[in-house]
Design a protein around this ligand. Structure first.
Ligand SMILES: [Zn+2]
Length: 166
C-alpha cells in the first residue's frame, strides 16, 4: 500500500478538533500528498487529515476527480455561506452510510495554500458541499451529526460494531 490507512468511525481521530498548521514545511506537503493518494485510492472527492489519523488542519478536495486539479487547503475558515442545499452525502470514514444533509448552497472559504500564500475559494454546487464537509472534519464533526436526531441515532447504532483504522 502506497498511501496511509483510512480511519473509519467511530475512530477517535475523527472526533478531535484539528490543530492549525504553524509552519509550511515539507511535512505539510507530504501530508497533502498522502491525502491526495488516499483520496484517489478510495475513489473519494475530498479527504481531511483526521481521516488518516493526522491531527492538523489540512484537507484536499477534488469533485472532478481529475488528477492535477486537487484543491489543498491549510487552516481553512468558512467566512460566508448563502442559500440552502440538501444533497445526499457519503464519507470515506463512514462506509456504506449515505444520507441527505442540509447545508449552505454557496460558501466563501479562506485559508492558505501549501506555499503559505492566502487562498480564497468562492464555491457553489458540489464543491461548496465538499468544502463544508471537509471543514466539519477538521472540527471533529461528521456529516451524520447534521442529520435529524432519530435518523442519527439509527446510523450510530449501525456504527457501533465497526471501529478501525483499516
Ligand atoms: Zn468525510
Amino acid at each position: 500500500m502506497d498511501h496511509p490507512a483510512l480511519c473509519t468511525a467511530p475512530h477517535p481521530a475523527l472526533r478531535a478538533v484539528a490543530r492549525p498548521v504553524e509552519a509550511f514545511a515539507e511535512e505539510v506537503r507530504r501530508l497533502a500528498h498522502d491525502l491526495i493518494e488516499t483520496m484517489y485510492a478510495h475513489d473519494g472527492i475530498g479527504l481531511a487529515a483526521p481521516q488518516i489519523g493526522r491531527d492538523v488542519q489540512v484537507f484536499v478536495a477534488n469533485p472532478s476527480q481529475r488528477r492535477g486539479s486537487e484543491l489543498v487547503v491549510v487552516n481553512p475558515v468558512l467566512r460566508g455561506s448563502r442559500g440552502r442545499a440538501s444533497v445526499t452525502e457519503g464519507c470515506l470514514s463512514l462506509p456504506s452510510i449515505w444520507a441527505r444533509v442540509r447545508r449552505a448552497s454557496a460558501v466563501r472559504l479562506e485559508g492558505w495554500d501549501l506555499a503559505g500564500k492566502p487562498l480564497v475559494v468562492e464555491a457553489e454546487g458540489l464543491l461548496a458541499i465538499v468544502l463544508q464537509h471537509e471543514c466539519d472534519h477538521l472540527q471533529g464533526r461528521l456529516f451524520i451529526d447534521r442529520l435529524p436526531w432519530l435518523q442519527r441515532r439509527r446510523v450510530e447504532a449501525r456504527l457501533r460494531d465497526t471501529a478501525a483504522c483499516a
